[in-house]
Design a protein around this ligand. Structure first.
Ligand code: GLV
Ligand code: MN
Length: 221
């Protein structure tokens, strides 16, 4: 009987730990500033960590969110990230930020997902039409809102989401993520712009479109 309890407890523990490791790990030390070479590195934790003795305030500092990103592109949007690549002191801490700029009248941060992080978005200027779609098992429900200055919306981890500027003026938002490196998969880039290209037969069937339409889309990404 005792061994049955032990087995159940063991199985529960194994299940719980597989859950925990699906997210950024909790830090095991005060900080672990990432460095890109091993010369002065001491611990390995995803990235090499700087020897704590050499850590300085600058390692935890990033500047630039006061400057608008350049939205003169086909989508009319720009994301300026402050994740572990830009702010090495974020290493192992499980959070990051981005500034997002949207051109007036239609600037779009196109449908995308973050495979490793939930996003919480605060609108600083302008009016955004935003939304995300839940998974197939939830019926692909579309959760949407129009956001104004001061409004906040959450995009749960892995959900496809977007933001469209429906105002007459530029819009700005700050996105916070529950990951030091949430990652981004822009749906159109991944599906039609993969390297190498996905065989058009796959996409023709999947999207129920004419093969020429698929080839046209593939030539545009
Ligand atoms: C907004 O959705 C962003 O990922 O920057
Ligand atoms: Mn996002």
């Amino acid at each position: 009987m005792k061994s049955a309890y032990f087995l159940v407890a063991f199985a529960l523990l194994a299940f719980a730990s597989s859950f925990v490791s699906a997210y950024d790990p909790s830090p095991l030390q005060d900080f672990c500033v990432a460095i890109n070479d091993t010369k002065n590195g001491v611990f390995v934790n995803g990235k090499f960590c700087k020897d704590p003795k050499h850590v300085v305030a600058q390692d935890f500092f990033f500047s630039g969110f006061d400057k608008p990103g350049n939205t003169s592109n086909a989508l009319g949007s720009a994301v300026t990230p402050a994740s572990v690549e830009q702010l090495l002191g974020l290493n192992t801490l499980g959070v990051s930020l981005a500034r997002v700029d949207y051109a007036p009248k239609g600037g779009l941060n196109p449908p995308h997902t973050h495979p490793r992080g939930t996003e919480i978005l605060l609108v600083q200027e302008g009016t955004l039409y935003v939304g995300f779609v839940s998974s197939d098992s939830d019926g692909n429900r579309f959760f949407t809102k129009v956001l104004n200055k001061g409004d906040i919306f959450v995009f749960p981890i892995g959900m496809i989401h977007f933001q469209l500027n429906i105002g007459e003026t530029p819009a700005v938002a700050i996105a916070a993520f529950s990951s030091q490196n949430p990652g981004t998969i822009v749906i159109a880039n991944a599906v039609f712009g993969s390297n190498p290209r996905i065989n058009p037969d796959v996409l023709t069937k999947a999207f129920m479109l004419d093969k020429n339409v698929i080839k046209y889309l593939q030539s545009h990404f």
